[in-house]
Design a protein around this ligand. Structure first.
Ligand code: SAM
Length: 263
């Protein structure tokens, strides 16, 4: 049965076996691994995942596809198909707290950043994420000081993102308008910079990026509701020139600022 794809759910189905193989290789799957796949679609990637790891839990929002998958994989003993929107799921209901897992997915563009951040910010994080995202988003993830944004800081706090492969629109059906990339993020066991409170750290970063084109003395003042003089005092204490823009700060400098503002 032909199922029309729903653009609103980011349904661009991969059909390029070479790209699928690069995703599987980048995920470095072991025979005992548990994999959480977001958006299995019609099962193109799922089929290889179940061959290469111990167990797959696949969460799909579209009930039409859930039905197809249930029929296609009715005899697979290491695949659990879960129907629902991953953004609103308590992942502890899917994977018990003491179980290690990896995330592998060709993510829907409209929610990719949000879904990645969800996995990074929960207590029970995966050991790695290997995901297909829009190329522009992938470039943001790996950006260096000078080009950093909220997403770069958020991803690089939790792990080490690397672009594994750039992917052309012609690898998907229907073809998306933009290029994509496979990204592998190895999650750190422990932060590489000093963090006293994740919540406060992100308040400071969000404050700094509240006016990305402004100098930090002004964007921090606006974002954190403090006077520009006070913002300047903190920045100087951290040896950060107050006239710099937020995208130029390194992760280490954001951490220094957060620690100083908290103490
Ligand atoms: N894995 C398939 C492939 O590689 O061909 C499909 C990938 S397609 C880019 C994204 C998939 O994610 C679709 O099947 C879509 O229905 C599903 N999806 C979209 N939003 C979702 C959400 N919030 N939670 C779970 N699945 C979602």
């Amino acid at each position: 049965m032909r199922i029309p794809s729903k653009k609103s759910l980011g349904q661009h189905f991969l059909f390029d076996t070479k790209i699928r193989d690069s995703i599987i290789k980048a995920a470095q799957l072991k025979s005992h691994d548990l994999v959480l796949e977001v958006g299995p679609g019609k099962g193109f990637l799922t089929k290889e995942l179940i061959k290469n790891c111990g167990e797959v839990i696949a969460v799909e929002i579209d009930d039409r596809l859930v039905e197809v998958l249930q029929q296609l994989y009715s005899t697979s003993t290491n695949l659990k198909i879960v129907s629902g929107d991953v953004r609103y799921m308590d992942l502890n209901d899917l994977i018990s707290e003491d179980t290690k897992y990896k995330v592998v997915a060709n993510l829907p563009y409209y929610a990719a950043s949000r879904i990645i951040r969800q996995f990074l910010e929960i207590e029970h994080k995966p050991s790695s994420l290997t995901v297909m995202v829009q190329l522009e988003v992938a470039n943001q993830m790996i950006a260096s000081p000078g080009q950093m944004g909220m997403l770069s800081v958020a991803i690089q706090l939790y792990g080490n993102p690397k672009i594994v492969k750039k992917v052309s629109p012609s690898s998907f059906k229907p073809k998306p308008k933009v290029s994509s990339a496979v990204v592998n993020i190895q999650i750190y066991q422990k932060f590489e910079v000093e963090i006293l409170s994740e919540k406060h750290f992100f308040e400071v970063v969000r404050g700094g990026f509240s006016a990305p084109r402004k100098q930090l003395r002004n964007s921090l003042s606006k974002g954190l509701n403090i006077t520009p003089q006070n913002a300047e005092k903190y920045l100087e204490k951290c040896e950060i020139d107050p006239s710099r823009r937020p995208q130029t700060l390194s992760l280490k400098e954001w951490s220094k600022l957060h620690v100083n503002l908290m103490s």
